[in-house]
Design a protein around this ligand. Structure first.
Ligand SMILES: [Zn+2]
Length: 416
C-alpha cells in the first residue's frame, strides 16, 4: 500500500527517530531488539519496522524516563490520572507548547471557530491537558476565551448569558446535562450558542443528535490524548463525518490489536500515532488503545490528508460478556432508540459463578407511574437483548437518579 504523507513528514520522522535513538535508552533498546536503526528509516513503509510504544512503557518510565531533551528546556508538565497507581506524566518544551497551540488552532479552525467567537472552556484546568489545550488554541485564533473550568453549572449559565458565549467545549455527558437544565428553565434564547466541541469520552451518533436537537447547535467531535500532546490531534469539520488528523504533526496507522499487523485503510482496528514534531517526549508508534478506522473517501470540505472515524471506544472499555464484545457506545445507541429513556446511564458488571453479567441502569426522561415504568423497562430489556445478541439486565431509574459528572461520565461501574 502506498502511503501518502505531507511534504516534509519523512524528514520530520527521521529527525524524531534519531532523537529518541540518541536520547531515550528505553526506546533505543527496543529498536535494537527489533533490529532497526535510524538509518533504516528511508521510506514511509519503514515506519512499521519501528517497535511500538505502549502505555506500560510510559508507566515503567515514570516519571520522565522517556524524556528526549534536557530538563532545562522544559516549560510545562501535565499528567493524566492513572486508574491504577501512578499518573502518566508528560512534558513540554517551549516549542512543544507552540506546536500544541498551532495544532489546537488548526483544529478549531477546521471545526469552524473564528475570531468573532466567545469560547467557553468547561473542562478541568490543571494537570489534565484538556482545558489548557483548547484555551491556548482558541486564543491563538483570536476568539475570546472564558475559562470557567468544570462544574459550577449556575455560574456557567450566567456567564454564557452575560458574555454571549457562542462556542463551548465540554464532555458530551456534561453538554447533555446543560441541555437538560436549559430546556427546563427555558433559557435557550438567552445566549447565541451555535456550536459545542466535545471530547474526552467515547460518545455515539445518537448522543450527538440529542445534543444538537436539545441545544439547537452543531456538535463537533474532537480527538486527542495527553500522551501524544493533549487535545488537538484530530477534529471534525462542519460536515461532521470523521476527524481530520493534524498531519503536519502526527502520523497514524491502524493495526490489528492482537497481531500488531498494519491494516489497510477502511478496516477497523487500534489507532497508533507517531509524533513527528515533538521535542520533550516524542513517541514512536504509540498504541492509543482507541478503536477506529481511516476513512478512505475524501471529505466534501476538500481537506486532504487522513480522516479518522469516530472513536468507537477504548479497547480497555470493551466488556466481554459470554464471548460477545460490548462497548458502552453500542449500548448508548440502543438506549437512544427507545422512546422515554434518557441517555443518562451506567453499566454495571457483576460476576456470578465465574460468569460476567451486565446490567444497564438508565434514567427515564419523565417521572412515570409503576405501570408505565414496568412497561418501559420490559421494552428496554427486550431491545437491549436483541440489539446486543446476549441477555443483559436492565433497571429503570427515575430522572436525575445518577450523579452528574463535570468530567468524564462514569459509564462502567464495577461491583466490589
Ligand atoms: Zn471535512
Amino acid at each position: 500500500m502506498e502511503m501518502e504523507w505531507e511534504q516534509g513528514s519523512m524528514e520530520a520522522l527521521q529527525r524524531t527517530v534519531r532523537r529518541v535513538w540518541d536520547r531515550v535508552p528505553l526506546t533505543r533498546s527496543k529498536m535494537e531488539k527489533a533490529g532497526v536503526t535510524p538509518d533504516d528509516i528511508k521510506r514511509p513503509e519503514d515506519l512499521r519496522r519501528l517497535p511500538f510504544t505502549t502505555k506500560q512503557d510510559m508507566r515503567d518510565a515514570y516519571p520522565t524516563g522517556l524524556l528526549a531533551c534536557d530538563r532545562r528546556e522544559l516549560v510545562r508538565y501535565h499528567a493524566s490520572s492513572g486508574t491504577t497507581g501512578k499518573p502518566t506524566v508528560v512534558a513540554y518544551t517551549k516549542n512543544d507548547i507552540a506546536s500544541w497551540t498551532e495544532c489546537m488552532a488548526n483544529c478549531l479552525e477546521t471545526a469552524g471557530v473564528t475570531a468573532d467567537d466567545t469560547f467557553q472552556v468547561i473542562l478541568g484546568y490543571g494537570l489534565f491537558t484538556g482545558a489548557l489545550g483548547f484555551h491556548y488554541g482558541a486564543e491563538a485564533l483570536g476568539a475570546a476565551v472564558v475559562p470557567t473550568g468544570g462544574g459550577f453549572t449556575e455560574r456557567q449559565l450566567l456567564l454564557m448569558e452575560d458574555l454571549g458565549t457562542s462556542v463551548l467545549t465540554s464532555t458530551p455527558s456534561y453538554a447533555l446535562h446543560l441541555a437538560e437544565i436549559i430546556r427546563e428553565r427555558n433559557l435557550r434564547d438567552k445566549f447565541p450558542l451555535r456550536m459545542v466541541i466535545l471530547g474526552g469520552e467515547a460518545w455515539s451518533e445518537a448522543m450527538r443528535e440529542r445534543i444538537e436537537k436539545e441545544l439547537e447547535v452543531i456538535a463537533i467531535d474532537s480527538y486527542g490524548l495527553s500522551e501524544i500532546i493533549g487535545p488537538g490531534v484530530a477534529m471534525e469539520c462542519g460536515h461532521r463525518n470523521g476527524l481530520h488528523l493534524n498531519s503536519r504533526h502526527f502520523l497514524c496507522e491502524i493495526i490489528d490489536p492482537v497481531t500488531g499487523e498494519v491494516l489497510p485503510d477502511g478496516e477497523e482496528g487500534e489507532l497508533v500515532i507517531t509524533t513527528i514534531t515533538k521535542e520533550a517526549m516524542p513517541l514512536v508508534r504509540y498504541r492509543t488503545r482507541d478503536l477506529t478506522r481511516i476513512i478512505p473517501e475524501p471529505c466534501p470540505c476538500g481537506r486532504t490528508g487522513v480522516r479518522l472515524a469516530r472513536v468507537k471506544g477504548r479497547s480497555d472499555d470493551m466488556i466481554i460478556i459470554r464471548g460477545v464484545n460490548v462497548f458502552p457506545s453500542q449500548v448508548e445507541a440502543l438506549l437512544d432508540r427507545i422512546p422515554g429513556l434518557s441517555l443518562n446511564y451506567q453499566l454495571e458488571i457483576t460476576e456470578k459463578d465465574y460468569l460476567k453479567e451486565l446490567t444497564v441502569h438508565c434514567e427515564s426522561e419523565a417521572t412515570l407511574d409503576a405501570e408505565a415504568s414496568a412497561k418501559l423497562a420490559r421494552l428496554a430489556s427486550k431491545k437491549l437483548n436483541e440489539g446486543l445478541g446476549i441477555r443483559v439486565g436492565f433497571s429503570l431509574l427515575a430522572p436525575a437518579a445518577l450523579e452528574r459528572s463535570t468530567g468524564k461520565a462514569v459509564r462502567i461501574k464495577k461491583a466490589a
